[in-house]
Design a protein around this ligand. Sequence first.
Ligand code: PLP
Length: 624
Amino acid sequence: ADVYGIRNWGSGYFDISEDGQVEVIPDPNAPDKKIRVLDVISGIRARGREMPVLLRIENILDSQIAHLHTSFQKAIDDFRYQGAFRGVYPIKVNQQMEVVEEVTQFGRQYHHGLEAGSKAELIAALSFLTDPEACLICNGYKDEEFVDLALWATKMGLNCFLVVEMPEELELIMRRAEALDTRPNLGVRIKLASRAGGHWTESGGDRSIFGLNTTQVVALVDRLKETEMLDCLKLLHYHLGSQIPNIRDIRSAVLEACRIYAGLSEEGAAMGYLDLGGGLAVDYDGSHTNFASSRNYSIDEYCADIIETVMGVMDDQELAHPTIVTESGRATVAYYSMLLFNILDVGRLEPQPFLDEVSEETPDVIISLMEVLQGLTLKNIQECFNDAIYYRDEVRQRFKHGELNLRERSMAENIFWHIIHTIARKVKHLKRVPKELEGIEEALADIYYANFSVFQSLPDAWAIGHLFPTMPMHRLNEMPTRHGVIADITCDCDGKLDRFIDPHGVRNTLPLHELRENEEYYLGVFLVGAYQETLGDLHNLFGDTNVVSIRMQPDGTVDYVKEVSGDSVADVLEYVEYNPRGMLNRFRRTAEAAIRNGQITVEERYRIMQAYENGLQGYTYFER
Ligand code: PLP
């Protein structure tokens, strides 16, 4: 059984083999060519790299770019739309060099461009983008340096747009264009009244931080008229927010934007480009609904709805069909990375067998707890639960006042856990579970200690409770017998995963297998390619993980195309201003002093210094 729903959220890229292993299908057009994740893990370890590892499957990035373009092309052909589609990749979604490089190289056949939201991103974009037919969209706050670079790019023949996000930016752009003796390609970002549901949709609506309201748009048009630059205004942009689950919200925003586009054309602006921003959602939970972690539409429907809506308004207004630009980031990169880690240990809230015999000295409160346990039936379950809590509290009180000793308290708590476990087993047979007993099984869940940091690798899971599909990479032909939550190794009580996807919503524990002796248990978190890498932080000084990129060749073999070492301990200490050389020197002096005091020998000093140096050079995560 597909306990983890991989076939629902895997989008055709992930599946389970007959012998119970997760396999990747890098190219959905060649579904018989598969890669087993466990083989890749062996390959990574044989190359001397430890878990955790961020695994990138390059073919999936290519496939997602191709998918977006073929879907738009199909909609364009079906509706006989007269304009073109130009996708741009917003660098903020994953700024890693290899992502931007791959998007521009593979995307060239589709004239896929880039979106830069800052000066640094524009500088990165200019180092890769050379296709004059691709769009380069400049959003965000712009200073003179930013504006100048974009103007030079236009002068050099790139299809670069300076999108006015704040009314004041226009004067700066006009001044710099005159100074550089060029005419800018202007866009304007608008605030739509339309809003969308979901986690990340504050970018839309009247109160959104960026963009011009209609009064400001009209003022911009007047200023451009005054300076005879209305022919420079070519693009209308909005961004409703990321991960928009409901197609209705997408349609309503496109409609409103089209009306504004038509208004600008009527005013005499050149126009020609309609940039709908990001928002194309990823179905993280596989439910195909309008839950925040899903979407109630496919990419094909998204494209068809956009083309149909734009065409309707443009035909109505007798306007030429514009080039449609989208800035899809999440949907482009999410699928292509997965986080792999091993489980280090399991903690269980399991009572011990009774070792202590009851005697005449056994305190009455412990006898009472025993009686609760012995008298527990399906009928009096609620009553027994209340009694157990009552006596447990009584035990704690008496312990505080010195009336019970440590062994007695321990014995009482052990009986208490026997009661809770028995209740949890019986609750399953009740038709109606009393409110207080809901979730009792979850309270008893195992804790699987995992070798990664939520703060470094899954910041959205910690910050906003974002759900990512999480599951074992193997043993999937064995029914999982345990329920667990996952704790990371930061020792922070927030460093955990305790909300998991479920076809019916969210569940608080994950079905997992018992650990086997001398055998690693590997888990993976999927769809982590978007937003997680640079948002991550150094909590408890766990640094960047190792990153390995693989590519399946046409014959089905796997190439390990790129390997990037994660941070060493020295690296992360340097980020927080330590100087490893100085540290070594200070520690060496401490060791010399210990020799003088007769605490260690010279030989031991040598070994101590080696351990310290190796520690500095080593990985920040748990190494076996
Ligand atoms: N465009 C702009 C202006 C954005 O701010 C963002 C991110 O929020 C995106 C595009 C990417 O959105 P998404 O990842 O939902 O495609």
